[in-house]
Design a protein around this ligand. Sequence first.
Ligand SMILES: [Zn+2]
Length: 191
Amino acid sequence: MKQILTILFFAVSCQQCSSQTSSNSKTKKMETTDKKSPVYSSTDTSKVNLTDEEWKKMLPQDVYNIARMKGTERPWTSKYENFYDKGTYYCAACGNPLFKSDTKFDAGCGWPSFYEPISKGSIIYTPDNTLGMNRTETQCGRCKAHLGHVFNDGPPPTGLRFCINGVVLDFAKAKEAEKNYKEKKEEKPEQ
Ligand SMILES: [Zn+2]
């Protein structure tokens, strides 16, 4: 009997040991990524598959409500609604690049609007028949965060209007692009 108990004890403590090691390595991996959320990256294109519970722990409440619960921010409340700085817009949940500022336009609808995504894979399109309407939902191509909807009443060249909740957007100014542009401009008079 004593022998069996001893074997059992070793078996249990070994299991604990191995599970601890795996959770430790997981934590370490998380620490090395961006401070915003463990999966936040503007360069990592690997898909992010997390549960709502996991997202809830790492996202600010307002981002979570829209990105995971498919909420909608009140119109005219986004800081990006009347904002035309040059740069790139990213998914606030995972950092995936979504839109370039030069495809942003004033749709007058109360939400940041774009006529074209940054690349084909940056956005996922899903039919949305809720609220008695036939709409097309737009989701982040990397983490499937709900972004907003796309409509067919946008300007050329695409004729599309990506109506996006500003809460789920992050913006980064095109510092390098601006700098290069200025340098080139300054070089020209000398020639
Ligand atoms: Zn995302």
